[in-house]
Design a protein around this ligand. Structure first.
Ligand SMILES: CC(C)(COP(=O)(O)OP(=O)(O)OC[C@H]1O[C@@H](n2cnc3c(N)ncnc32)[C@H](O)[C@@H]1OP(=O)(O)O)[C@@H](O)C(=O)NCCC(=O)NCCS
Length: 329
């Protein structure tokens, strides 16, 4: 019997209109464009408009992906939204996306996946499993964030890093396992929570309050940096070994876009020159769960990614959570 696998049949992305440049940040904080660019690679990021929510960003990205795939929302079997910045505590952002897409089929489970910056890789892996197990034929996987609402705009060490956006991919069952997701690897280690977290939350009785700064994102950036580099080096080695591949066989690295220096160190581990790495961090900043699908969509649409090529997607985020997905386009 042919092996059942999941392939991507459409991608999409959405960025809010408002661009926030380093120069604008430098006009209100003790920072400079030069510091931000040299430490992070970021020049600008997008900020969602008032009244524009994570589900709106997600829905716009999903519509593009549906259009590329040439299918309607009602033909989906499952919606997964990876997000750390949901519209509401509940219902899940994914259910709001289902409604906003105009999908009326009720046999379409929809839920959120919370694995911070690794969220899209987690959701992609779950979608892949749903398809491989025969539970679904088509799964919409979205990474969408309004990180600008979870950060302290007075904290120069974190607010310069993040941006808003959404990316989407539609998975479909295939028996052509050559043009499919070949493997996913997921990891978590909860002992580093203090290095990166938002202390706000319902169970803690403390909600995010941008006016007082309470409950907003806290990060010990330097320590997170070291852990991210180490975990990502390990995960790329594990992915190659599990698939019996040599690093020279990877055509494209599609990394989480947190910091250009983290990306450069992963590329170095893979012996890749930066022209084989899809980079958006300079224009998007860190869009958390949205960064990998945003980068993927950009390189698919501009023709860099071609059928038959081998893609390595990876991400690392709060938790810590991290992981990879290897796919043949
Ligand atoms: C945040 C990050 C860019 C900071 O760069 P860094 O080289 O580690 O810098 P440090 O935190 O060691 O700070 C160095 C100095 O710069 C200062 N600084 C911090 N933010 C600054 C800013 N925006 N402008 C100017 N100076 C700044 C610090 O106060 C510190 O000053 P001090 O030496 O007088 O104490 C970097 O650590 C990083 O990217 N970390 C990983 C982030 C990440 O990936 N997070 C998400 C995971 S998904």
């Amino acid at each position: 019997m042919p092996i059942r696998a999941a392939r991507i049949i459409g991608t999409g992305s959405y960025l809010p209109e408002q661009i926030l440049s380093n120069a604008e940040l430098a006009s209100r904080l003790d920072t400079t464009d030069e510091w931000i660019r040299s430490r992070t690679g970021i020049s600008e990021r997008r900020i969602a408009a008032p009244g524009e929510y994570t589900s709106d960003l997600a829905c716009n990205a999903a519509q593009q992906a549906l259009q590329m795939a040439g299918i309607t929302a009602d033909s989906l079997d499952f919606i997964l939204v990876a997000t750390t910045t949901p519209d509401l505590v509940f219902p899940a952002t994914a259910v709001r996306v289902q409604r906003k897409l105009g999908a009326t089929k009720r046999q379409m489970p929809a839920c959120d996946v919370q694995a911070v910056c690794a969220g899209f890789i987690y959701a992609l892996s779950i979608g892949d499993s749903l398809i491989r197990s025969g539970s679904a034929q088509r799964v919409l996987v979205i990474g969408a964030e309004t990180m600008s609402r979870a950060i302290d705009w007075q904290d120069r060490a974190t607010c310069i890093l993040f941006g808003d956006g959404a990316g989407a991919a539609i998975l479909e069952a295939t028996t052509e396992s050559d043009h499919a997701i070949l493997s996913t690897h997921l990891y978590a280690d909860g002992q580093y929570e203090d290095l990166l977290r938002t202390p706000g939350g319902i169970s803690h009785g403390l909600l995010l309050d941008p006016s007082s700064g309470s409950g907003l994102l806290h990060m010990r950036g330097n320590e997170v940096f070291k852990q991210a580099v180490k975990a990502l080096e390990e995960v790329v080695d594990q992915t190659l070994a599990a698939n019996g591949l040599d690093k020279a066989q990877i055509d494209w690295l599609v990394p989480h876009q947190a910091n250009i220096r983290i990306i450069q160190s992963t590329a170095k581990r893979l012996g890749m020159t930066m022209d084989r790495v899809v980079l958006t961090v300079n224009r998007h900043g860190n869009t958390s769960a949205a960064s990998v699908p945003l980068a993927l969509d950009e390189a698919v649409r501009d023709g860099r990614i071609q059928p038959g090529q081998l893609l390595l997607l990876e991400a690392f985020g709060g938790g810590f959570t991290w992981g990879s997905a290897l796919l043949r386009w």
